[in-house]
Write a protein that binds this ligand. Structure first.
Ligand code: LLP
Length: 463
């Protein structure tokens, strides 16, 4: 809405996003367990703790901004997915959400597999000891070098994304004297109810091979003929931050339909299907994500039912949750630098990070909440916008949230649910130094990714 529509200046109703934050929450000091990591609580002194450590101590030791990750919560969520799907299915954690060597070790210990989508992610996985046969290699344009490295390492599967890649992987595998296990990623034509940039199963986009027009069937024909490839299954990933299971239902129906066509045409029953990741998490109290056991039950039932009616053996199912495992386990801790009330509008709260550590608000219009964590306050709520320190007015971390009216420079505030796609999409914009990831567990904290230094920046600047 343009300002000129209201010559007297916008009223509050104009600046509040529809359906959100029309009223401040009853208690600004309360921490909704839906959006905060499991071990987060507010101590009697008003300071928030995680894994038994106070945020003030963490800020002192590691500085701000910092991503603070609750290791117990990460392991619990990983285990919940593993247990929910059981021994007849595989859970591949999507490394793009956040990957470090500690994370790889936790996944290994908790019995999960790993999905990587670049040479860098593959290197991280291998260097932390993830067995290669538990790694899936993704991507819509893997380089020949990346493919060769994955084949040489004997990764469990490469997910093929195009006709060129079918030929490329087959050629590389054959020239290395190997037969690479592969899946073919198809687009099933589902419109996932999520942001356009993170929806991936409609046909007009870069990922996968369309089921429509017989392209997927042709891809299967080619893959089955090539000596360098062992086609083990079909892959579908419909998008991200999805709450509604109906998209998965349609996808499963269409993938099984293709398996049936393959059986009818080639006499081959492919043993695996992968339904991708994409399950949503709670970024605000309004979001209601599904539990892993509900998701597992629903996906398994859909696939089993579809296979029964197609008279196919039920294939081994795999899934690739990223956000749903790591997203809720971390928050970003910031120090408030300036507080700028704009009469009749809102108060701008500037923190010591911004779009360089969380690009999701600028990129996807993502919603986040925020809380004052270094103390409690009984002050009246103020409508705030949490912004970063970058040279850009779109540098917004939390668009609209209520914070206590006595918020002041030096206070620590934290944005929950930043475990996924924040550190992994962080940048050096304005030569910002990317924050550390500090893992806390049972009263101990350690940086699993350290803060960048100016030395790190200058090391790359060889001119
Ligand atoms: N499998 C495949 C093939 C994927 O492409 C992705 C995500 C996943 C699994 C994991 O999806 P998840 O369970 O984490 O939703 N940067 C965006 C998300 C991009 C997701 C890309 N692919 C965001 O910040 O929302």
């Amino acid at each position: 809405m343009s300002r000129s529509a209201h010559p007297a200046g916008p009223r509050h109703a104009d600046v509040l996003p529809e359906g959100h934050y029309s009223a401040p929450p009853a208690d600004l000091n309360a921490l909704d367990p839906k959006v905060w990591a499991q071990t987060v609580e507010r101590g009697e002194d008003g300071v928030v703790t995680v894994g038994g450590i106070s945020v003030t101590q963490l800020a002192e030791e590691y500085g701000t901004p910092a991503y603070v990750l609750d290791e117990a919560d990460f392991r619990a969520r990983a285990r919940a997915w593993r247990t929910a799907f059981g021994a007849d299915a595989d859970v591949f954690y999507a490394g793009k959400a956040f990957l470090s060597r500690a994370v790889v070790r936790w996944l290994h210990e908790e019995g999960l597999n790993l999905d990587v989508c670049s040479g860098g992610e593959l290197a991280t996985a291998l260097s932390a000891g993830m067995p290669a046969d538990r790694i899936a290699f993704h991507g819509n344009n893997k380089s020949p070098q990346e493919i060769e490295r994955a084949v040489r390492a004997d990764v469990g599967r490469i997910v093929l994304d195009s006709f060129q890649e079918i030929a490329r992987v087959a050629h590389i595998a054959q020239s290395l004297g190997k037969r690479q296990r592969v899946q073919i990623r198809i687009t099933v034509g589902v419109e996932a109810h999520t942001h356009e940039f993170i929806a991936t199963a409609h046909e007009d986009q870069k990922f996968g091979i369309p089921l429509a027009g017989g392209q997927a069937a042709e891809a299967v024909r080619r893959a089955l003929q090539l000596d360098g490839l062992e086609l083990i299954g079909i892959h579908s990933h419909i998008g991200s931050q999805i709450f509604d299971m109906s998209g998965f239902e349609v996808a499963a129906h269409r993938v099984v339909g293709l398996l049936k066509d393959i059986r009818d045409e080639h006499g081959v029953e492919l043993p695996e299907i992968d339904l991708g990741g994409g399950l949503g998490i709670a970024y605000t109290s309004d979001d209601d994500p599904r539990e892993p056991h509900e998701i597992a039950k629903s996906l398994t039932e859909i696939v089993t039912r579809e296979c029964e009616s197609a008279k196919l053996r039920t294939p081994r199912i795999s899934v690739e949750p990223g956000r749903a495992i790591v997203g809720p386990t971390a928050f970003t801790l910031y120090e408030v630098g300036t507080v700028k009330p704009l009469e009749g509008l809102r108060t701008y709260v500037s923190v010591d990070g911004g779009m360089s550590d969380n690009i999701r608000t600028a990129l996807y219009d993502a919603e986040y909440t925020v809380a004052l964590v270094s103390r409690t306050s009984d002050a009246e709520p103020m409508l705030a916008r949490v912004v970063g320190k970058h040279c850009e007015s779109g540098d917004i971390v939390v668009k609209d949230a209520f914070l206590p009216g006595d918020l002041a420079p030096g206070d620590l505030i934290a944005v929950p649910a930043t475990g996924a796609y924040c550190r992994s999409m962080a940048s050096n914009y304005n030569h910002a130094l990317r924050p550390p990831v500090v893992a806390v567990s049972e009263g101990e904290a350690r940086a699993i990714v350290r803060r960048e230094t100016e030395e790190d920046l200058l090391r790359l600047d060889v001119g």
